[in-house]
Design a protein around this ligand. Structure first.
Ligand SMILES: Cc1cc2nc3c(=O)[nH]c(=O)nc-3n(C[C@H](O)[C@H](O)[C@H](O)COP(=O)(O)O)c2cc1C
Length: 470
């Protein structure tokens, strides 16, 4: 049954009622009718936003005074509010351990760490996770709850990949940070993380050829280092279909500074939005990797052929970003061993090492590397490779990600293999992951089916907190 348009839950009702809502032309996105509705500001603010407590409640009350939760979500609101207010502070968590006879110091992941001016209270980082719920590329109020659920005092969060320009997009409903409206929309989300004592970096992103004309301004073709198209048969499991990629256009050498500049401005905008810094997305087959990796880069100019030349573009972005916002606010994510989106490299060790060494010159805050075992985004596989040489070569903070659980995360920190560990799917499904790690409590299982649906609650802010699972 459809709820009335005054009811904040009309969105869920409508999405369920619309057979095309979750899949239009093989891509996960609402149908055109609901896309228009989704863009309305009243959208689902009621139940999602009013779940907040404390300073966030004031924000939501001010901005969404008319929104009311439906009965079902009102119950969820109460439950979450109870859980939120019961969340332990740092000192209290320690008491729990003492009571349970567990030493906090036995949990390397939960030891403090200082990097630059940032004092982290533990080593568990929220990995960047695309959620495809930022309708029309505008961050939405429901992200306030999503990120604040995953915030701990002194914890580091990295945002979902966020487009640097109108040519940067390749998926439905991913956020951007190139317009004033987007910057304003990020502000309350960042404020919410800060209100709980979290540290928030924005992952800035350009997809390059992982796109289609549908996502490009004036239907133009996507840009890349190359004009080679992605071959069919590849997907990332998030509703994008190979057939939808449009063969890209190779950037002319004199167009490259403009893209570098887009990253610089995006970094400036991220700071304006209140973020503590940016993570440059140099992983997973997107634009920076389309330059770095020799499976893709077929240029013969100063951005191609040699390893140094292939790394020129990402390093120019690092330099421009550092000059704009300061090195202590800049991190980068790299996945030299991965081959997502047909972006493999014939010598990933050399690539990873060269980047780690070259980054030292810019004294950036951190280098975040995806484990070689993550050949695909979702599956671990056996590998003879290791990130250790890159960890040793890089002077700043090192973050690893990819397939970590509590045990091997503790081992990695304990053995000084890394400084911090980023968790993706486990953090997505366990908003209170740090508390669960503290107590060695069971974890919620993630549901792949809801990773990329546009619902502002389901698969997003409705994963249960610990109190309701034990
Ligand atoms: C739903 C989903 C969205 C993701 N989005 C991004 C993203 O926006 N940026 C990025 O660099 N990696 C992204 N990744 C990769 C994760 O950050 C992480 O590296 C990957 O999930 C492996 O870590 P895990 O085993 O802890 O999940 C995504 C992964 C998933 C499952």
């Amino acid at each position: 049954m459809l709820a009335s348009s005054q009811d904040p839950c009309w969105l869920k009702a409508n999405l369920q009622a619309c057979p095309q809502a979750y899949r239009t032309r093989a891509r996960v996105r609402p149908c055109p009718k609901h896309t228009r509705k989704l863009a309305r500001p009243v959208l689902a603010q009621g139940h999602a936003a009013s779940m907040l407590v404390g300073p966030l409640a004031a924000y939501t009350q001010k901005n969404h005074a008319r929104a009311r939760p439906c009965r079902k979500h009102a119950r969820r609101v109460e439950a979450i509010n109870e859980r939120e207010t019961e969340t332990l502070g740092d000192g209290e968590a320690q008491k729990v351990h003492q009571m349970a006879g567990v030493e906090v110091t036995n949990i390397p992941l939960l030891t403090p760490y200082k990097t630059g001016k940032l004092q982290l209270s533990h080593r568990v980082v929220l990995a960047p996770l695309t959620r495809q719920r930022s309708y029309n590329n505008i961050p939405q109020p429901h992200a306030i709850l999503y990120y604040s659920q995953r915030t701990t005092k002194g914890g580091l969060l990295i945002s979902e990949a966020t487009g640097v320009s109108d040519t940067a997009q390749g998926y439905p409903d991913t956020p951007g940070i190139w317009t004033k409206e987007q910057v304003e929309a990020w502000k309350p989300i960042v404020d919410a993380v800060h209100a709980k004592g979290g540290i928030f970096f924005c992952q800035i992103w350009h997809v390059g050829r992982v796109s289609s004309s549908d996502f490009q301004p004036n239907g133009q073709v996507p840009i890349s280092s190359t004009d080679k198209s992605l071959k069919p048969s590849v997907g990332w499991g998030n509703g994008i279909d190979a057939v939808e990629f449009t063969p890209p256009r190779k950037l002319k050498i004199d167009e490259i500074p403009q893209i570098v500049n887009d990253f610089r401005i995006a970094a400036r905008n991220a700071i304006k939005a209140g973020f503590d810094g940016v993570e440059i997305h140099g992983a997973h087959g997107y634009l920076l990797e389309q330059f770095m990796k020799d499976e893709v880069n077929d240029r013969t100019d100063e951005y191609g052929v040699t390893l140094q030349n292939r790394c020129r573009f990402p390093l120019e972005i690092v330099e421009a970003t550092v000059n704009e916002i300061g090195a202590e606010k800049v991190g980068i994510r790299l996945s030299p061993f991965a081959s997502y989106m047909q972006a493999g490299d014939s010598n990933p060790e050399a690539l990873g090492l060269f980047m780690a060494q070259s980054l030292n010159k810019y004294e950036i805050l951190y280098c975040h590397m995806v484990e070689p075992r993550m050949k695909t985004v979702g599956e671990k596989s056996e590998t003879p490779h290791s990130l250790l040489p890159m960890r040793k070569a890089f002077n700043g903070t090192f973050i690893v990600a990819g397939g970590y659980d509590r045990e091997d995360g503790n081992k990695a920190i304990g053995n000084n293999f890394t400084d911090l560990v980023a968790y993706g799917r486990l953090f997505l499904a366990n908003p209170d992951l740090i508390k669960r790690f503290e107590l060695d409590a069971p974890l919620n299982k993630y549901n792949r089916e809801t990773f990329y649906i546009p619902d502002p609650v389901v698969g997003y802010t409705d994963y249960p907190f610990l109190e309701s699972t034990i």
